[in-house]
Design a protein around this ligand. Structure first.
Ligand SMILES: Cc1ncc(COP(=O)(O)O)c(C=O)c1O
Length: 369
């Protein structure tokens, strides 16, 4: 163990600035409900992603649900979703009776495989939910997805939960290409508000619907006049205190995540038994260090004994009991389910810790044939 400290796979990071902001807010006697700080946080995200509207909600699952409802997706409609993703992606639309149709991902990026997407389109397909895995965009290019959606009259929803700080090569922020893009601010994300989600869109009508949907269908701020059905998926000022401060640290975080990723890659370059994905550090920010490793379960135990935490990557959705093990051929996501591993990825990692982790991995493979 390095310096007798266990290195977790991930940990959130809030500093004195966040504490100060919360203390200041509490001393002002605020109502906690969404107000100026929430608007400021929304403006920060809209500006950073170059989007016309940003609407924050209570998490990055419900944000996807609201995105789908606001885009007109209904019970019985099919939505194409990658078989490799966090379970929240399909659950978000299953919640109101839409049908997730699972499609395998590209081996290089773990984003949807466009050829397989096209094969899965039926008369019931209404949308594609593109999950930009670990901040990556598909090798096929976002333009190819935009063309496909146009060809079949489909809505493109971007699940960019893992992609704050990641851009497409044409300069658009990930999440800004679809009709709606969705982010998550749960504890392990690039920035965190504890729980939280954000939606970005350039469409005024969709933005209007989203604001109504999250606030009981109210026709105006705080009134009790309801011209449409809505719910309560609001944010709080307390979360916004964290969010506005976290946004000021985003640039540093993004750069540090890229440095950590590059260091891992360099230190593990001679190890043939570990494989990185196609992460373009010029445009994208690796949220986690994701790799395919041989002898995964043995490596996890070995690293744990050395004081290093890891996490297995998402199992393929079609094999989750919750989805009653959907049949079909998903070789890439199945491979991730067997070999995929997240290495320690927190922004707080020191170079010394990354070197220790990489050395431990190299040692493991030297000792294990
Ligand atoms: C791809 C993806 N979509 C959605 C979510 C759900 O976000 P939240 O935890 O904020 O509900 C996550 C969370 O990890 C995610 O990784």
């Amino acid at each position: 163990m390095l310096d007798n400290i266990f290195i977790p796979q991930m940990e959130p990071w809030f500093g004195q600035e966040e504490t100060n902001e919360i203390n200041t807010y509490l001393s002002e006697g605020g109502w906690m409900t969404e107000f100026k700080r929430t608007s400021k946080f929304e403006e920060q995200i809209a500006r950073y992603t170059n989007s016309k509207h940003c609407i924050v909600v209570n998490n990055g699952t419900i944000s996807l649900t609201l995105a789908a409802i606001a885009c007109g997706i209904e019970a019985g409609d099919e939505v194409i979703i990658p078989n490799y993703t966090m379970i929240a992606s399909p659950n978000s639309i299953k919640m109101f009776g839409a049908i997730p149709v699972f499609v395998d991902v590209e081996p290089s990026t773990l984003c949807l495989d466009i050829n397989k997407v096209e094969q899965a389109i039926t008369v019931k397909t209404k949308a594609i939910m593109l999950v930009t895995a670990n901040g990556r965009y598909p090798d096929a290019g976002i333009e190819a997805f935009e063309r496909l959606c146009e060809k079949y009259n489909l809505i493109l929803i971007e699940d960019a939960a893992q992609s704050l700080g990641s851009f497409y090569p044409d300069g658009r922020h990930i999440g800004a290409a679809g009709t709606v893009g969705s982010f998550s601010f749960s504890a392990p994300k690039v920035i965190s508000t504890g729980q939280g989600g954000a939606l970005i869109t350039n469409d005024d009508t969709i933005a209007h619907k989203l604001r109504r949907l999250k606030d009981f269908g109210r026709s105006g701020g705080g009134n009790d006049i309801h011209d449409s059905i809505g719910y309560n998926f609001k944010f709080t000022e307390l979360q916004a205190c964290l969010g506005v401060v976290q946004m000021t640290k985003l640039e540093w975080r993004v750069n540090r995540k890229k440095e950590i990723y590059a260091l891992y890659k360099d230190l593990l370059k001679d190890c043939s038994r570990i494989q990185f994905f196609n992460q373009n550090l010029e445009y994208t920010t690796p949220w986690f260090i994701d790799v395919l490793v041989e002898k995964r379960e043995e490596l996890i135990i070995y690293l744990k004994e050395k004081g290093i935490g890891t996490r297995t990557m998402y199992p393929p959705i079609n094999k989750q009991k919750a989805y009653e093990t959907v049949g079909g051929d998903y070789p890439i996501s199945n491979r991730v389910g067997i070999y995929g591993l997240w290495l320690p990825s927190a922004n707080q990692l020191t170079n010394e810790q990354v070197k220790y982790i990489a050395k431990s991995i190299n040692d493991f493979y030297l000792e294990t044939k």
